[in-house]
Design a protein around this ligand. Structure first.
Ligand code: ATP
Ligand code: MG
Length: 449
């Protein structure tokens, strides 16, 4: 196990506290991640100074959560969250302490934390590690254990249950038996937690190397149904052909198959087949089929993401990817067919749509896919994109105004004619000149009027 090396910046930051007779400890995730050899994105500190005293020590302080004792100090361009040692008591609503109290003792502060591996502290005076809950042992043995009584800790704050599944996924740690048992029996209390906090935890889980670790554990423990019931509906629904897994597991493993730094595709993969249970029918050979499941899946995914209060742009993007994930390219496709495909899907979606399809294959077989047809399709799309032919109305050599100047009256005809012109140009790009398009549009207008 590594020791903690305090950087020059943190040591300079800490000396401001020490010179004023306050102590300062690095706590929480930064200590855990550092000892595991991982980079930590943020640093949380605990101190015996009150928030007002911290504010008086520095020039730039944001009162982030001053009622809970947290302020953010901007120190040489970095944001440091500093929280006054505190205890919490009474959790009538399974989510907020009824009261918090500032204390002068680090031990009390460490005992209010969720897991032993999150209750390690580093004394900034000498880098020594304070480990009052055997967190170092659990870190070494890769065990996730609640501090004290897991039932009590999860009853106090139900979010800790989901945090548990999240940490076990991101760190690939095993749950201590009693901790997992408590998570299982108290899972239903998650309904007390705001959807925003649930969404943020799920996003962290979906950024792990293998989100399936937590998603499968949540499914096994009967917890997934409280958060994503639509996913569990696919459990035990078998699929045919190359599919190795049922619909629920296929969605979950597809999520693993998407790149971890692309949360949009991760979510699209997780939800891309949620509509299959609703669209299930049995064909003449007694095999399951799922006609138009992509449309039902997209609409269900939209409902789920709305419930989780995803921003509209992210929700719409995921919906669009799911809607278009069922394409069936064959080498016989003409260039015109490929141009029509690009125009329908939109250039900005192509990369993510192919990532989704590779993820989908991964989720079917459990292996990375090198689908030759898909690779050939991408190559042909790239060739077409290099040709820079018109792929949207914006790219036409003519505008609505040009049509009006050529004598076609303003009104709904204009939009309709532009759409038809695009179809013509997608079929044959050599039509994309002003002269040709004017001639074609006059013909179209005569037919329409
Ligand atoms: P990460 O930053 O990777 O999400 P973290 O452990 O730093 O992980 P934070 O949410 O930043 O998590 O919280 C910092 C610390 O505060 C935690 O390590 C833990 O000690 C404590 N903590 C956070 N949320 C809770 C909670 N719901 N109950 C008890 N302690 C908590
Ligand atoms: Mg943190």
């Amino acid at each position: 196990m590594r020791s903690y090396k305090i950087s020059k910046k943190i040591s300079d930051f800490a000396s401001v506290f020490h010179e004023n007779s306050f102590c300062l400890y690095i706590v929480g995730g930064a200590v855990r991640d550092h000892l595991l050899g991982n980079e930590s994105s943020d640093h949380d500190f605990a101190t015996d100074a009150t928030p007002e005293e911290v504010i008086a020590l520095f020039n730039h302080v944001i009162p982030t959560g001053i009622l809970h004792g947290t302020v953010t100090v901007i120190f040489r361009g970095e944001h440091f969250e500093v929280t006054t040692f505190r205890t919490e008591s009474g959790y009538a609503d399974n989510r907020h302490p009824d009261s918090i109290e500032f204390v002068s003792d680090l031990s009390e502060d460490l005992s209010r934390r969720d897991f032993t591996i999150n209750a390690l502290a580093v004394d900034t005076r000498d880098g020594s590690i304070i480990d009052e809950h055997a967190g170092l042992d659990d870190l070494k043995n890769r065990i996730l254990r609640a501090i004290g009584s897991p039932v009590l800790r999860f009853t106090e704050d139900s979010l800790r249950i989901l945090r548990g599944y999240r940490f076990s996924t991101v760190l690939e740690f095993t749950f201590d038996t009693a901790t997992r048992q408590a998570a299982k029996s108290l899972g239903y209390t998650i309904s007390n937690i705001s959807v925003e906090r649930i969404r943020d935890e799920l996003n962290k889980m979906l950024s792990a190397n293998r989100p399936s670790i937590g998603l499968v554990a949540m499914k096994e423990d009967g917890f997934l149904k409280y958060i994503l019931p639509e996913l569990t509906m696919g459990f035990d629904i078998a699929q045919k052909g190359i599919h190795k897994f049922d619909v629920c597991m296929h969605n979950i493993y597809s999520c693993d198959g998407a790149p971890k730094e692309n949360l949009i595709v991760r979510w699209a993969a997780l939800l891309h087949d949620v509509g299959k249970p609703e669209s299930l029918s049995i064909d003449d050979n007694g095999l399951p089929t799922f006609y138009h499941h992509e449309r039902i899946s997209a609409s269900l995914a939209d409902t789920i993401l709305q419930r989780l209060k995803f921003p509209n742009n992210e929700r719409n993007r995921i919906n669009h990817l799911i809607t278009h994930h069922m394409f069936h390219y064959t080498p016989e496709w003409t260039d015109a067919a490929i141009r029509r495909f690009i125009s329908k899907v939109g250039i900005d979606y192509l990369d993510d749509l192919f990532l989704l399809r590779f993820a989908d294959s991964y989720g079917a077989s459990g292996k990375p896919s090198n689908d030759r047809l898909l690779l050939e399709f991408i190559e042909r799309i790239n060739t077409i994109l290099e040709e820079e032919s018109a792929l949207s109305i914006r790219d036409l050599a003519i505008t609505g105004k040009d049509l009006i100047s050529s004598g076609i009256p303003q009104g709904p005809f204009i939009g309709h004619i532009l759409k038809e012109l695009l179809e013509t140009v997608l079929d044959d790009p050599s039509n994309n000149t002003k002269e040709r398009l004017i001639i074609i549009s006059k013909r179209l207008y005569e037919k329409l009027s």
